[in-house]
Write a protein of this length. Structure first.
Length: 198
């Protein structure tokens, strides 16, 4: 097995196991989005309700376009604010249509995190990723807290040197003619509205 922890994380995810890695907001717990058993394992480990759709993190805008359908608003926001703390909810592309992400089968939330370790792992392909905490609890900020929360449910923990204490990403729905802020986060609504309008 490779001694490189990023390579180990990629290998574990490819096998359908759960991994944890840091993002620019909080730690994420992740699984292969195209493996229904892996995403089921993710829902179970997090104790996440099945009606909540798992977001997908990607390494590039090209990867994002393969997961979701990007209109002009999505393109403008992605170019201006990615990598960063903005999740775009768009219609699923053909590639992601059959992915078992819970919730809405027609849409998907996608973003590019601004963290070198996250993007290194994601360079091997998109991952269904949600905040690394049990549902209803605060996100873990240290490796010790992550291990205490998930134990052996996670195959590999890729930890940062210091605590992660960022805010969750801003979530914007582009499913209708008017964009909708589904969750406030680091990117403010006025910036999103201005940039999406061109």
């Amino acid at each position: 097995m490779s001694a490189d922890p990023v390579a180990q994380a990629i290998d574990a995810a490819r096998r359908g196991e759960l991994i944890v890695f840091p993002t620019d907001t909080v730690y994420g717990i992740a699984a292969r989005p195209d493996d229904a058993a892996a995403t089921a394992r993710l829902f179970e480990a997090k104790r996440r309700p099945l009606d909540l759709t798992l977001p997908v993190l990607v390494a590039s805008i090209d990867d994002a376009r393969a997961v979701g359908v990007f209109d002009e608003r999505a393109e403008r926001l992605a170019v201006a604010l990615w990598p960063g703390a903005l999740t775009l909810v768009v219609t699923r592309a053909q590639r992601s249509g059959a992915w078992q992400l819970g919730g809405d089968r027609d849409s998907v939330g996608v973003r590019i995190p601004d963290h070198r370790l996250a993007r290194a792992v994601l360079s091997a392909g998109p991952l269904a990723t949600t905040s690394a905490n049990r549902s209803g609890e605060s996100p873990a900020t240290t490796c010790e807290e992550l291990h205490a929360a998930f134990g052996d449910d996670v195959a590999l923990y890729l930890c940062d040197d210091g605590p992660l204490e960022g805010r969750a990403s801003t979530v914007v729905s582009l499913l209708g003619p008017e964009l909708e802020i589904l969750r406030a986060g680091d990117v403010d609504a006025d910036t999103v509205a201005r940039l999406s309008a061109g």
